[in-house]
Design a protein around this ligand. Structure first.
Ligand code: F6R
Length: 593
């Protein structure tokens, strides 16, 4: 989940530094570039953010061949020594890598026995030495032998001091190639690359790419046979925005507009796109994803259980891969992923595909790896999300998944036309309801002042409010670093009540009028033990701080009640002086298992 970039073309140093800044959301532990000047490569790298790297790159430095990297540490601590790029032992080659070389230890042992010493603790450095160790008189041959010896997930870009070409090796980690006249680019992210290249191509797995100084690009399999790979024009309408404040707040404020866009996009792109025959066959539905994307599946699974008379199971992707969930040709699995590049979700999709199930990607990145893997794809139309903590994508995942389930239920005959139409129409009133909640930002920021010093925050909800509690808790802990947990409210008394005391905050989400009395009991229980309670609800509870939300369609409530929790997490983190857009230890796109 690092970001890699490489290019041949004019002003390559400046362009690479700008691209790395854009890729920083993928990892911000360290950053570095390798610059080819004449028959030499110079490496500049530094632990910390891009600003630290920029400070050590000499003014006026330029070149036509540069590779660069932003790191999210996996193997080896956060340090300048472990930052990419890495030289090969005689400095003939330099490489950057995103992914994990699973067999690096045995490769490293072999190289060490040959007298090659390592400057870092990383798996990636092995690749640099391997290329040079495999080199006789043909760089392509050395790259081919190296590619065949690697196991794991990798997008690697290699620069050579002599020929000035760039070589890339790709398996499982994302790698997009771009061209524009004689300029050639490699990048982990299509949105970033679309700002540079006139045409782009997704590199298939098990591929070597050779980019020459004259702008020629050729794709090969690991045996050296050429591969036909299609270039296409990227969507350039979505410029990389610069914001003066934080991306996270901007993205929360965009929720109402993006929800409308999500609904429009759903219908413009053909709706469900599954035939009635297929829908009638479906006996089991999985919602699979990680983190926030999983929470959206958890939320919509609750609606799907009500709307459909079949098995509906939300599963965390990394659990799905190694557990024994049944899959057959009557299984429909939704793979939910903002980035479409999350390794766990991709592995789970591969598993369902290999077992003959129907795979359906729900993603914010139309040209992602997940999209190409699945039988069907639906864009959620949230547009670029740059804050590491996901917000607007969650709301748009909920809308898209609800519309998908609504269509399945209608085609199956388990809901009538009136209910079906009502759900679709209610998306518009949902947007308006969210706007009213966003207008309460100031009072939510005041509540943040009250709870910022809590020792722990517990989020409680029942049925459809429980997934919202999970998402609220995840948002708070990932950006504020306050310990938080989510519980189905009724479960608290089976153990966790022991933790309720002064200094603890409980956020209760209570949107279902049928369960108000039950929630009132849970609130009374925690208050009796000294916890401070904040309630998110359209209803009033005695003697607790309330964040009022309007009433909306029952199947859409989750997309509304999460908004005050997104804002609360944001304001708490700001009050604590956290870097809300780039919280510690995290990255936007988790491309390792
Ligand atoms: C939390 C967050 C993560 C992601 C998770 C899956 O705010 O952003 O939990 O939701 O890593 O990422 P995608 O949706 O890209 O598969």
């Amino acid at each position: 989940m690092c970001g890699i970039f490489g290019m041949i073309g004019n002003s390559a140093v400046g362009q690479t530094l700008t691209a790395l800044k854009r890729l920083e959301y993928r990892g911000y532990d360290s950053a570095g570039i390798a610059v080819k000047t004449g028959n030499e490569i110079s490496i500049y790298k530094q632990a910390g953010r891009m600003e630290q790297l920029q400070a050590i790159v000499p003014n006026g430095l330029d070149s036509t061949t540069v590779i660069g990297h932003t790191r999210w540490a996996t193997h080896g601590e956060v340090s300048t020594a472990n930052a990419h790029p890495f030289f090969s032992f005689n400095k003939r080659f330099a490489i950057v890598h995103n992914g994990i070389i699973e067999n690096y230890q045995s490769l490293k042992n072999e190289l060490t026995l040959r007298g090659i010493s390592f400057a870092s603790q990383t798996d990636s450095e092995t690749v640099a030495h391997l290329v040079e160790a495999n080199y006789k008189d043909d760089v392509f041959e050395a790259v081919k032998i190296t590619a065949k010896s690697l196991e794991g997930s990798f997008a690697i870009v290699i620069t050579d001091t002599v020929d000035g070409n760039l070589y890339a090796i790709k398996n499982k980690s994302p790698l997009v190639v771009g061209v524009d006249g004689q300029n050639v680019y490699f990048c982990s992210d299509i949105r970033c690359l679309s700002q540079y290249a006139a045409k782009v191509a997704q590199t298939p797995d098990n591929t070597i790419v050779v980019a020459e100084k004259n702008g020629k690009v050729t794709f090969y399999d690991f045996d050296g046979n050429t591969l036909p790979v299609k270039f296409f024009e990227p969507d350039k309408t979505e410029d990389f925005v610069h914001v003066d404040g934080d991306f996270m707040l901007k993205e929360i404020l965009e929720v109402p507009e993006k929800i409308r866009r999500s609904k429009r996009g759903y219908f413009e792109s053909g709706g469900l796109n599954l035939s009635a025959k297929v829908v009638h066959r479906i006996k089991r539905i999985y919602f699979i994803g990680c983190g926030t994307a999983y929470n959206s599946g958890l939320q919509v699974a609750s609606s799907a259980r009500e709307m459909l008379d079949i098995d509906v199971v939300p599963v965390i992707a990394s659990e799905f891969i190694y557990d024994r969930y049944p899959v057959d040709s009557d299984t429909l699995a939704f793979f939910i992923s903002q980035s479409g590049e999350t390794a766990d979700t991709i592995r789970a999709a591969e598993k369902v595909a290999s077992m003959g199930g129907i795979t359906y990607a729900v993603t914010n990145t139309q040209t992602s790896t997940l999209r190409y893997l699945c039988n069907r794809v639906k864009n959620i139309y949230a547009d670029g999300e740059y804050a590491v903590a996901s917000t607007k994508a969650y709301n748009c995942q909920l809308i898209t998944l609800t519309l998908l389930i609504n269509d399945i239920a209608y085609l199956k005959g388990s809901i009538d036309e009136v209910t079906h139409t009502k759900i679709i129409d209610s998306v518009d009133s949902l947007s308006i309801a969210i706007e009213t909640v966003l207008n309460c930002g100031y009072s939510i920021s005041k509540i943040a002042d009250e709870i910022k010093d809590s020792s722990s925050v517990f989020f409680l909800g029942r049925t459809r409010d429980y997934p919202t509690a999970e998402e609220g808790s995840l948002k708070l802990k990932e950006i504020s670093y306050i310990h938080s947990e989510a519980y189905p409210a009724g479960e608290l008394k089976h153990g966790t009540l022991a933790l309720m005391e002064e200094g603890v905050t409980v956020v209760a989400i209570a949107t279902d009028s049928a369960l108000i009395d039950k929630m009132a009991s849970s609130i009374a229980e925690v208050k009796a033990r000294g916890a401070r309670v904040i309630c998110v609800s359209p209803y009033s509870f005695e003697d607790v701080t309330s964040i009022k939300v309007p009433v909306v369609n029952r199947y859409l409530f989750g997309a509304l009640s999460v908004v005050p929790l997104q804002l609360l997490a944001y304001y708490v983190a700001k009050r604590l002086g956290r870097d809300v857009d780039k919280p510690r230890n995290l990255a936007k796109s988790v491309t390792v298992e």
